[in-house]
Design a protein around this ligand. Structure first.
Ligand SMILES: NC(=O)c1ccc[n+]([C@@H]2O[C@H](COP(=O)([O-])OP(=O)(O)OC[C@H]3O[C@@H](n4cnc5c(N)ncnc54)[C@H](O)[C@@H]3O)[C@@H](O)[C@H]2O)c1
Ligand SMILES: O=P(O)(O)OC[C@H](O)CO
Length: 329
């Protein structure tokens, strides 16, 4: 039986625990709140997210002792939003992940350092790239809970690790495939959240599907330009880990980033939009990181710039959309 640590108690962590435990891996599940651990042990579901999903406690062991959870596992999945990762694992010694395979389920960056999660783990915890995987692909936790057909891509420089993790995930409703473009899919997963916010903002302002389709196609060019500058490598950007993930986030009713953007377009302040959502829209943090990182690369990124200006420079969404309207082809 594989022993897997899952760090995080949100929707995606809950969906991953469902998939992996149903396949009979032993899950050591770290949740921040002691009350949530107690609730899970008593009622067999997460009280806050996807609470319709029941767990078999023979396979799911919830704790809030992080060091014990990591020590007991061979694989460690990070599934808290990027902005909270540093804090979540800060209590661990720098050697805590030695010999483990780290799997980032996060579609976000470390805000203080504007770096990818895998780069952060390598720099601060000495986890070599060969011991890292990322989970990508268009997959909403809510649809996993409903057992709707879904597809995941496991990125790693080590395809043996990627293949093994795919085996742990595959079931009746999840297909999983390996890919060697670890950094490319990690960056793309971050950027699609920014684009989804832009789509939501446009929708909130009253733009229609025609404009959104042009936004998404321009976004693919923007993502390609950025990836070519930062991580040049041949990649098939119409694959489901790239275009597929962008489409689900840009169009789905379940998208946190689109929902957040929609509120901004309708006139909510950042604070009030965050307050209304029980969930985290990663794109809010990601746009600052990508915007700042791009000061080095100087790639033409009109959509990222527009979202940054709206969220951080308080420029009116209508003004920024007018600029994009003129720029798009
Ligand atoms: N939800 C999905 O469908 C989905 C799918 C793929 C990837 N992801 C990625 O998974 C990661 C986790 O997102 P999610 O959707 O599970 O989150 P969520 O929005 O469902 O839940 C928020 C999470 O943030 C945690 N949190 C909130 N405030 C915190 C704080 N101050 N300190 C520490 N933790 C705090 C909560 O405990 C909870 O775990 C994100 O990077 C997201 O992009 C999500
Ligand atoms: O669509 P969002 O904004 O909820 O993000 C969740 C996942 O990244 C979808 O794959």
């Amino acid at each position: 039986m594989e022993k897997i640590a899952v760090i995080g108690g949100g929707s995606w962590a809950t969906a991953l625990v469902k998939i992996l435990s149903e396949n009979k891996s032993e899950i050591h599940w770290w949740m921040r709140q002691q009350d949530d651990v107690k609730h899970l042990l008593q009622y067999r579901h997460n009280p806050r997210y996807l609470s319709g999903v029941s767990f078999d406690l023979n396979y799911v062991k919830p704790f809030n002792d992080l060091a014990a959870v990591v020590k007991a596992s061979d694989w460690v999945i990070l599934a808290v939003p990027g902005a909270f990762v540093q804090n979540a694992i800060a209590s661990l010694p720098k050697t805590a992940f030695e010999g483990k395979v780290m799997v980032s389920a996060i579609k976000g960056m470390i805000p203080d350092e504007n770096c990818l999660i895998t780069d952060y783990l390598e720099k601060h915890y000495n986890v070599p790239a060969s011991h890292q995987c990322v989970i990508a692909g268009p997959c909403h936790a809510e649809e996993v809970a409903l057992e709707k057909q879904s597809y995941l891509t496991i990125g790693s420089h080590d395809l043996d690790h990627a293949n093994r993790f795919c085996e742990l995930l595959r079931n009746r409703y999840v297909k999983a495939n390996p890919l060697d473009d670890l950094d490319g899919i990690e960056y793309c997963a971050v950027m699609k959240n920014i684009i989804a916010m832009a789509c939501g903002i446009a929708h909130g302002l009253g733009f229609g599907d025609n404009f959104q389709a042009v936004m998404v196609s321009n976004a693919m060019d923007e993502i390609e330009r950025f990836l070519t500058a930062v991580m040049p490598q041949h990649r098939n950007l119409v694959g489901s880990a790239y275009l597929g993930d962008l489409l689900v986030t840009a169009y789905s009713q379940f998208s946190r980033n689109r929902t957040f953007g929609n509120m901004i377009g309708r006139g909510y302040s950042v604070k009030s939009a965050q307050f209304e959502m029980n969930m985290i829209a990663e794109g809010y943090y990601a746009v600052k990181s990508i915007f700042e990182l791009n000061k080095t690369y100087k790639v033409d990124m009109p959509i990222t710039t527009a979202v940054y200006n709206i969220l951080y420079e308080r420029i009116s969404p209508a003004v920024e959309m007018e600029i994009l309207k003129e720029k798009f082809k």
